[in-house]
Design a protein around this ligand. Structure first.
Ligand code: ZN
Length: 460
């Protein structure tokens, strides 16, 4: 048995929440230098430098350690990850360049184990985690917030974290994070889900409130409050959730680059306020995206995505605009909504703990007006986009997207195209195409608000 003194057994770190990780400056020395946490009221002066490094210039090899300008060399480096064992007991080992703190917990439905760690620079071989072993079907890793990374294991069935510890460097071996999983039955698994084992992934809301505060505070007291319509732009996925990918391009990067370009274009007119749900490579849970829109009483919510078709399902191309519906308009819309709604499971969010208030809300009379506005904007968007942008053969669809479920904020989700289609992918990484698309979307936004404001004026 290994020397106990060599172990930094951290089983008792259940209280160590992600926030504590953020505060641990000895672990994350450069956290103070990281750009302001999103979502942020956009400001050209303080705009995240990500804006000037479009996705088109992103390296072909995914490097999750690159987060805007936060690719500081100070983060611990993970150099190798491997699985050992069988379907009864499976061991995970992560090689590091220094010991780190961590918190491990299990989640149900689907069965997952989540390990929260300080922000780590993952220098792992491409494809690491795609092949499972024993109790682990697959695993993924990445940022969940500035200063915080996460590893999510998809399990083949219920399992418990029997042991978890960090070993210091010894006998020529680097420091290692070790996780030992053991098969248990469903009953035992559910009992292990202690209430304190909840992932603390609510930064978006706190920051949404914080974002409003400083902006109002910085305004001169004599100035009237900013009544310009507030538009929320929601680049899909982020951090640990890459979204669709093909030929080295990841949806999360493409849609972030597009979202930032759209923000800049909309802000130029001076007619609107814009808030992004994320301005960097960070994971944001779906409900938090909705809550940003609701908390800030947004006048419009636009979620940006890029689709992909599995090879066996043929080819498809063009942009599609989706609105919320309790019944999908066709099988493809249903498949897509299901895929997009999986984001939280991918990111390690405790789905059983998600409030159902918004998530399960039915499209009822109370939402009728919102639905009317959402549909009106979707039609305006299609009319503008089809003059400059290649559209899908059925460009207006609807399905049960969780991110569109704010009952009081007109919301649409735009799939810019298919990364699985060669022509679309060429467009998606083209700055010229992005400029044209951003311009037509801005036109649609203008048309939408021109009509809304005119109607509001008529009511007076
Ligand atoms: Zn997506």
């Amino acid at each position: 048995m290994a020397n106990r003194a060599n172990h930094r057994v951290l089983l008792g770190c259940g209280l160590l929440c992600a926030a504590a990780l953020l505060c641990a400056r000895t672990i994350v020395p450069s956290v103070a230098e990281t750009p302001a946490r999103n979502p942020a009221i956009s400001n050209p002066v303080t705009a995240n430098p990500v804006a000037s490094s479009p996705a088109t210039s992103a390296p072909a090899t995914p490097d999750l350690s690159i987060v805007g300008t936060v690719a500081a060399p100070n983060f611990p480096v993970a150099s190798d990850a491997r699985l050992a064992g069988d379907g009864k007991q499976t061991r995970f080992i992560l090689d590091l360049d220094r010991p780190i703190q961590f918190r491990a917990f299990a989640l149900a439905d689907p069965y997952r184990v989540v390990v929260d760690i300080p922000q780590v620079s993952f220098k792992l071989a491409a494809g690491t985690g795609t092949a499972g072993r024993g109790l682990v079907k697959a695993f993924r890793y990445g940022l969940v917030m500035p200063g915080g990374s996460r590893i999510v294991f998809d399990l083949t069935g219920p399992a418990k974290v029997a042991k978890s510890y960090v070993l210091e460097a010894a006998n020529g071996q680097p420091p290692r994070l070790v996780l030992e999983l053991e098969e248990v039955d469903r009953t035992a698994f559910v009992q292990l889900l202690a209430p304190e084992n909840r992932p603390e992934l609510r930064p978006a809301i706190a920051d949404a409130n914080a974002a409003v505060g400083p902006v109002e505070a910085s305004a001169k007291p004599t100035q009237a409050p900013d009544t310009r319509p507030l538009i929320v732009i929601d680049p899909g996925h982020g951090g640990i959730d890459n979204g669709t990918q093909a030929h080295g391009e990841m949806e999360k990067n493409l849609v972030l680059g597009f979202g930032l370009a759209l923000r800049d274009r909309i802000e130029k007119s001076g007619k609107y306020r814009v808030v992004m749900t994320r301005t960097d490579d960070t994971f944001i849970p779906l409900n938090d995206r909705v809550k940003v829109a609701r908390t800030l009483s947004a006048a419009l919510f636009v979620s940006i995505h890029a689709d992909a078709l599995p090879k066996r399902e043929g080819d498809a191309q063009g942009a599609t605009i989706y609105t919320l519906s309790d019944k999908a308009s066709d099988a493809e819309a249903e498949r897509l909504a299901e895929a997009e709604n999986k984001s939280d499971a991918i990111g390690g969010v405790n789905l059983t703990d998600e409030p159902t208030e918004v998530a399960d809300i039915l499209i009822d009379l109370a939402q009728r007006e919102t639905k009317t506005f959402s549909n009106r904007f979707a039609r305006l968007l299609m009319a503008e986009m089809k003059t400059t942008v290649r559209m899908h053969k059925h460009p207006l669809k609807s399905a049960g997207f969780r991110v569109l479920k704010a009952p009081d904020v007109p919301s649409v989700l735009v799939e810019l195209g298919y990364v699985s289609n060669k022509g679309d992918l060429q467009l998606l990484v083209s700055e010229n195409w992005r400029n044209k698309t951003v311009a037509s979307m801005t036109q649609a936004i203008d048309a939408f608000f021109a009509k809304r404001l005119a109607t509001a004026g008529a009511d007076k």
